[in-house]
Design a binder for this molecule. Structure first.
Ligand code: CTP
Ligand code: MG
Length: 227
């Protein structure tokens, strides 16, 4: 099965507070997005890469990919208001039978993890990388009070990439759009249709660069990997 990757990089990085899109912040001297693209370029299962860039940043994204030798790049597409809109826009530009969706903000992903996610999806239909939750999680009433505590041994923090049949994922997105359903990841869109998504145990190092303290942690992890 051939796999196309949609790399979503069209956010604004509000929680990072850097005054710019965090995808272009340097990590050990190279932009976050460059690290991310290199992992997909190096993964044999991936045949095409589509970058979803913020409107106005398409040229910057394309130049970055060229500069870092990303030969599998087939398109740079402008994103939408929400992550879900950006994924949908990117999916329309894919041709491969399988669709991988990945956050540009996870630059520590490895070719091996990407391949493991593809293999699990080939077996189960759809798959997502995830790690067991370390903290005890509380459900709140939205007003500062605890309501309940879900059983931790059943909780997983989901990551990307997530892997699907391209047509099935596109269909799930179209249905969600018609029905006004919002999702913070792509697995949710299949869950709401009662479809199965397999969990592929990943590692904690595949973190999402979200707040300022994530940057030095990611730099240390990258540094350690090189040794
Ligand atoms: N993303 C996107 N289009 C959007 C929103 C997010 O392509 N409209 C992408 C981001 O660029 C990021 C990934 O989705 O790679 C995960 O989103 P998140 O970590 O929330 O990034 P931002 O939305 O940029 O950050 P914040 O929520 O703090 O503003
Ligand atoms: Mg966001």
């Amino acid at each position: 099965m051939d796999w196309g990757a949609v790399i979503v990089a069209a956010g604004s990085g509000k929680r990072m507070g850097a005054g710019m899109n965090k995808a272009y912040l340097p990590l050990n001297g190279r932009p976050v997005l460059a690290h991310t693209l290199e992992a997909f370029e190096a993964c044999g299962a991936v045949t095409e890469i589509v970058i979803v860039a913020a409107a106005g940043e398409e040229a910057q994204a394309e130049a970055l990919a060229r500069e870092h030798g990303i030969r599998k790049l087939t398109a740079v597409i402008p994103g939408g208001a929400e992550r879900q809109d950006s994924v949908y826009a990117g999916l329309a530009a894919l041709r491969a039978e399988g669709a991988l969706v990945h956050d540009a903000a996870r630059p520590l992903v490895t070719p091996e993890r990407i391949a493991a996610c593809c293999a699990a999806a080939e077996e189960s239909g759809a798959a997502a990388l995830a790690v067991p939750v370390k903290d005890t999680i509380k459900l709140s009433d939205g007003g500062g009070m605890i309501v309940s505590t879900p059983e931790r041994s059943l909780l997983w923090a989901v990551q990307t990439p997530q892997a699907f049949g391209r047509v099935e994922l596109m269909d799930a997105h179209e249905r969600a759009r018609r029905e006004g359903a919002q999702a913070t990841d792509d697995a949710m869109l299949l869950e709401r249709l009662g479809r199965k998504v397999a969990i592929v145990e990943s590692d904690y190092a595949n973190l999402k660069i979200t707040t300022p303290e994530d940057l030095p942690i990611a730099e240390l992890l990258l540094e350690r990997r090189r040794r």
